[in-house]
Ligand binder design. Structure first.
Ligand SMILES: Cc1ncc(COP(=O)(O)O)c(C=O)c1O
Length: 364
């Protein structure tokens, strides 16, 4: 029972079959019909003109940043955003782009957060603000959904100031399942959106970036420069097509199980969580008088894999490879752990269910 991340999902037998039988060509030459089909299907699903298949979510975000910005430009985003925290400093390292962050622990940015950081006047002292990034759902904020109205308002404000909005929708379809808004509605006003096929949707590899045709053309140049031009990648796209077709509808069940897990944890001594804060497939739980690494070890010894985000904070992620039976077994193990006096540290309280600070861990 692997609750560390939704990236651990394995391709289904149907995906493996489709991969074996995929019709392929050289995608760098534009010849792979399966990749083209996937790109067109994604573009249509998110209501954009064009899309590009890339090996990872990180590469999708980096291509977006490189295509939207010039060296010396500035990109503004929340401090827990993947592009700031976990992309190896790619914006600065590869694009000469400066990042300016703000803190919004619930993951839902206010217009004010951006307004106070726009620097696109004529003053030569200042960089030019070229890009805002919004993560939806916001991983470090507990898998929180940024509502469509907020994304729209940020996009409108950005456009008034000549700035682009990119949505890191690694888990955009979780946002769709939780919000009742379609993925296309959620990114209607955004200039670009990326989504991972290799997380809750279940594909083994691959992400997609969508936007206007010219933007995707520029993003293809960035992908090539990053070494992300793949040849017979229809083998991967074949699994991606199944993930895109069948994955989104299955995500609501993960959210229901996440809620059940949160409710179970809320009733256990030593675990601190408000189930009302669990909106999608992520369950962050604080620890009170329990040590994160000790709990992770005790869980692991019983076949339950979880992540200690910090000494006093654990993360559980629900996904398609955990069914009701797996969830029930995990809950039993957690009841045993809560009742085990040898795991109590007697230290002070955990800091609560959501995290967006001090993360020194690998978040995927
Ligand atoms: C919000 C978010 N964006 C981007 C990524 C990057 O995806 P990948 O691991 O495919 O590079 C991840 C996952 O790690 C993520 O959680």
């Amino acid at each position: 029972m692997d609750f560390r991340s939704d990236t651990v999902t394995r391709p289904s037998p149907e995906m493996r079959r489709a991969m074996a039988e995929a019709v392929v060509g050289d995608d760098v030459l534009g010849d792979d019909p399966t990749v083209k089909e996937l790109e067109a299907a994604f573009a249509e699903r998110v209501g954009k003109e064009a899309a590009m298949f890339v090996p990872s979510g990180t590469m999708a975000n980096v291509c977006a940043i490189l295509a939207h910005c010039r060296p010396g430009d500035e990109a503004v985003m929340e401090e827990g955003t993947h592009s700031f925290r976990y992309e190896g400093g790619a914006a600065a390292r590869l694009g000469g782009i400066q990042v300016w962050t703000f803190v919004r622990k619930n993951g839902v940015p206010e217009i004010e957060d951006f307004r106070t950081r726009v620097r696109n006047g004529r003053d030569p002292h200042q960089p030019r603000t070229a890009l805002f990034i919004v993560e939806n759902t916001h991983n470090l904020a507990g898998g929180r959904v940024v509502p469509k109205e907020r994304v729209d308002a940020i996009a409108e404000f950005a456009h008034e100031r000549g700035i682009k909005l990119h949505v890191d929708g690694a888990r955009l379809f979780n946002a769709e399942a939780a919000s009742g808004r379609t993925a296309a509605e959620l990114v209607e006003k955004a200039d670009s959106v990326m989504c991972c096929l290799s997380k809750g949707l279940g594909a083994p590899v691959g992400s997609l970036l969508a936007g206007e045709g010219d933007f995707i053309q520029e993003a293809r140049r960035a992908r090539k420069a990053l070494g992300g031009g793949m040849r017979q990648s229809g083998i991967l796209a074949a699994a991606g097509l199944i993930a895109l077709r069948e994955g989104p509808a299955a995500l609501a069940a993960d959210h229901t199980r996440a809620k059940k897990l949160a409710e179970t944890l809320a009733g256990l001594s030593g675990f601190v969580i408000d189930p009302a804060e669990v909106e999608t497939n992520m369950v962050y739980v604080g620890l009170d008088g329990l040590s994160g690494p000790a709990v992770v070890e005790a869980c692991g010894a019983r076949g339950l894999l979880v992540l200690a985000v910090r000494e006093d904070l654990l993360r559980f992620v629900l996904h398609r490879d955990i069914d009701d039976e797996g969830l029930e077994r995990a809950c039993e193990i957690l009841r045993e752990i809560a009742a085990d006096p040898s795991l109590k540290t007697g230290t002070d309280a955990g800091r609560g269910a959501s995290t967006n600070d001090d993360a020194t861990w690998e978040p995927s």
